[in-house]
Design a protein around this ligand. Structure first.
Ligand code: BGC
Length: 733
């Protein structure tokens, strides 16, 4: 035994020597970045620090370099030092179409909310890898992806782009998506740091929040996402935080991101979000799309001049370059140069988009097994939602055009340089066609729902009615309330009153209220389901796909249950998408200490409120049981079983319920599992200790006491609690 061990040890040592030598020959990204900075002339040091929008946008659009590709951004490279230009595109849902400036098309994944409803990190990684490959094939080496702002208000217009209201779920999912994107040797951002919780007054809304509340919520989502995804860049936010523009926040960049989290990459600004040169001292590393800012601050004339006379700027300038270079080298962007015209397997990527849609669709109600529909159904009436044409998508910088462009496009942006970004677009994937294909024997009719009387009359004659309801959302605009617009609530009410066998399919970018819920047979939340959404919806309706989506956001029972009655400033301010610079005179404070770190389900638990549909909720065509929870506070294990007669997937959810008898609800672990009928499986999850802890001012503390954990069907339907005694302990980030 002894001899064997020593042979094994000497073998390991012998094998390790050439390996160590090889590692020593290959310098790290850090070492390479240091070496390049040391080679740079003063003039070269202000090349990577600012970029342009390579589009005719802004008052004085700069000349567009020959190698630029129409997209969100371009940063010159330094050919002498082998540093590539950075070519930037939006982003999280696919390579965005920038008002058609490139004249190409790309795969449109479902919305962020749909992705998050899958609770499937691996699938998000696959989606990220696919859109990253497309970005690369189109000649981009930076994706402005990784939107992870937590949903503090369901009326936020960008809710559809983000993932969830929970720091663990959002952080894990975004980390995997970023990892997928960067697997293509390109850089991904994570964005928008931080607390970008509403669009109203988005360039000056001033978030008031305590350090502890921020670290335990929005910042924790970023922290987890960065740990898992290792993004080369962080994009800062438009809003202010504690009186400072987020893109010039010493607190967010120097203290939290770089000092406490040890982040090595660079912070790029959002477009038109830089207030001035001092942002460099506050930790901003790169000024993006600089023609949208009041001035180009990070160029030779301003930043370069400051560095020549002020050692603080000189030190920062080296650090800014080092960080940008680190991101380039860490992802080997220089070793795998991008070239436009690469091959894209659009069919394979569309399959991924469809899979995300299928796994992300959430079955909210299914009275007496109304779904799945029998393929032998005789007469089906489909009403509304442009279901004969396509499926809705969200607008703004994340908008993607699949092949052929939108099937319908309602422009809503008025005039101005960004008008084309603001339009209600339907992808070419008609649910009506997909439904008809699933039920070839049925008489499938369509009414657009413009006239309630007509829809009601037809509904009376049909076996089944499927009403499609849409609620459009866009970057730049919040929503006044959680109703369905354009009279759709009244339409659903009337149709469901006429035919109790009414199924409602929702294509929304946010939670909604459902005053008509009790009259319906079934409700399906399909979100913005991406370029194959119609097929995915039909597949769920007819049971080819057993729904497994779970809500990543609370559907409140009423707007009065939300922490604030209206989005702050909504009634007084004009919506603002696009070009305006931060306005130092404008004032709008929002108090995020109201809910603090208790967003969504945590707010409801704290306030004793019940949701219309809680976080984590979602029905299936089979039934599951979860049991046998065991935990020591660091891990949890439990058993999931499919006790129905169809294969399906469920999501095991472990919640902290209370600490020392005080309500303290937090999702601490989750796992999506596919189970055959009758199958059961033991599942274990690690518990991120930060979720049990409190921020103590310089680190985390788990207070001593009894911690009660439970398995949840969702955040409100919790099983028997398991108590764990934990002793006090603290640690640094
Ligand atoms: C958005 C960012 C986006 C950028 C570039 C901004 O309006 O807030 O998310 O990446 O534009 O298009």
């Amino acid at each position: 035994m002894k001899v064997r061990t020593s042979i094994a040890v000497s073998f390991v040592i012998a094998a390790a020597i050439p390996f160590a030598a090889a590692v020593a020959r290959e310098p790290s990204a850090d070492q390479r970045a240091d070496a390049t900075v040391a080679e740079m002339t003063p003039a070269e040091k202000t090349i990577l620090t600012h970029g342009i929008m390579p589009l005719p946008i802004g008052e004085n659009p700069p000349p567009v370099p020959e190698d630029a590709i129409p997209g969100a951004g371009y940063v010159h490279g330094i050919p002498r030092l082998g540093v590539p230009a950075l070519k930037e595109t939006d982003a999280s849902l696919g390579v965005s179409y920038v008002s058609g400036a490139r004249g190409d098309y790309a795969t449109a994944l479902p919305s962020g909310l749909a992705m998050a409803s899958t609770w499937n990190p691996e699938l998000l990684r696959e989606g990220g890898a696919a859109i990253g490959q497309e970005a690369r094939a189109k000649g981009f080496n930076v994706m402005l992806a990784g939107g992870v702002n937590l949903m503090r208000d369901p009326r936020n217009g960008r809710t559809f782009e983000y993932l969830s209201e929970d720091p663990l779920l959002s952080g894990v999912l975004v980390g995997h998506a970023i990892d997928g994107i960067q697997s293509n040797h390109i850089i991904s951002t994570i964005k928008h740091l931080a607390l970008n919780g509403q669009e109203t007054g988005r360039k000056f809304v001033d978030v008031q929040i305590s350090d502890a509340n921020a670290r335990e919520s929005d910042l924790l989502a970023f922290q987890i996402g960065i740990e898992i995804g290792n993004p080369g860049s962080v994009m800062c936010a438009y809003n202010r935080v504690l009186g400072h523009q987020a893109c010039s926040s010493d607190y967010l960049f120097n203290q939290v991101l770089k000092r406490d989290w040890g982040y090595k990459g660079f912070v790029m600004s959002d477009w038109g979000a830089v207030p001035g040169l001092e942002a460099a001292l506050n930790g901003l590393d790169q000024q993006s799309g600089a023609q949208l800012d009041p001035d180009v601050f990070f160029d030779a004339d301003t930043l370069g001049a400051a560095a020549a006379s002020d050692p603080r700027y000189a030190a920062r300038l080296d650090d800014m370059n080092k960080r940008i270079l680190w991101a380039i080298y860490d992802n080997q962007v220089d070793k795998y140069p991008v070239r436009p015209g690469g091959e894209i397997n659009f069919d394979a990527h569309a399959d991924i988009a469809e899979e995300v849609a299928k796994q992300g669709i959430v079955l909210l109600r299914n009275r007496n097994g109304a779904l799945p529909l029998a393929k032998e159904a005789r007469s089906i009436l489909v009403v509304g939602g442009y279901a004969d044409t396509g499926v809705l998508s969200g607008a703004g910088s994340s908008q993607v055009h699949p092949r052929g462009g939108p099937a319908a496009n309602i422009t809503l942006g008025g005039e101005g340089p960004f008008a084309a970004f603001i339009s209600e677009q339907y992808h070419r994937s008609s649910p009506l066609k997909a439904i008809a294909a699933m039920a070839p024997e049925a008489n499938v009719k369509f009414r657009n729902g413009f006239y309630t009387s007509e829809a009601v009359e037809q509904a009376r004659k049909a076996d089944v009615v499927i009403v499609f309801a849409t609620k459009w959302a866009s970057e730049g605009f919040d929503q006044p309330d959680l109703t369905l617009p354009r009279g759709q609530d009244a339409l659903i009410d009337a149709v469901a009153s006429a035919n109790p066998n009414t199924i409602v399919v929702l294509e929304t970018g946010n939670p909604i209220l459902m005053p008509w819920l009790d009259k319906t047979a079934a409700v399906v939340e399909a979100w913005y389901p991406g370029m194959r959404g119609g097929e995915a919806i039909a597949s769920v309706l007819f049971g080819e796909t057993n729904p497994s989506g779970r809500l990543p956001i609370t559907f409140p029972a009423s707007e009065s249950d939300l922490p604030r009655p209206k989005v702050d400033g909504f009634d007084t301010l004009e919506a603002n998408f696009g070009g305006d610079a931060p306005n130092p005179d404008a004032e709008l404070k929002v108090d995020y200490n109201i809910e603090g770190s208790d967003l969504g389900y945590r707010w409801n638990a704290r306030e004793g409120k019940k949701a219309l549909f809680p976080f984590g909720f979602g029905l299936s065509y089979t039934s599951f049981a979860s049991s046998d929870l065991k935990s020591n506070g660091k891990t949890a294990s439990f058993i999931l079983a499919n006790n129905g007669n169809r294969a399906g997937a469920t999501v095991g959810q472990v919640y902290l319920v209370s600490r020392n008898g005080q309500t303290q609800q937090r999702l601490v672990g989750f796992k999506r599992v596919e189970l055959a009928p009758g199958e059961e499986r033991k599942v274990s999850v690690n518990i991120d200790q930060r979720l049990l802890a409190e921020w103590n001012g310089s680190g985390w503390t788990i207070p001593a006491g009894i911690y009660d954990f439970a398995l949840g069907e969702d955040a409100e339907n919790l099983g028997r609690t398991v108590s764990v005694r934990l002793s006090e302990h603290s640690w640094k980030d």
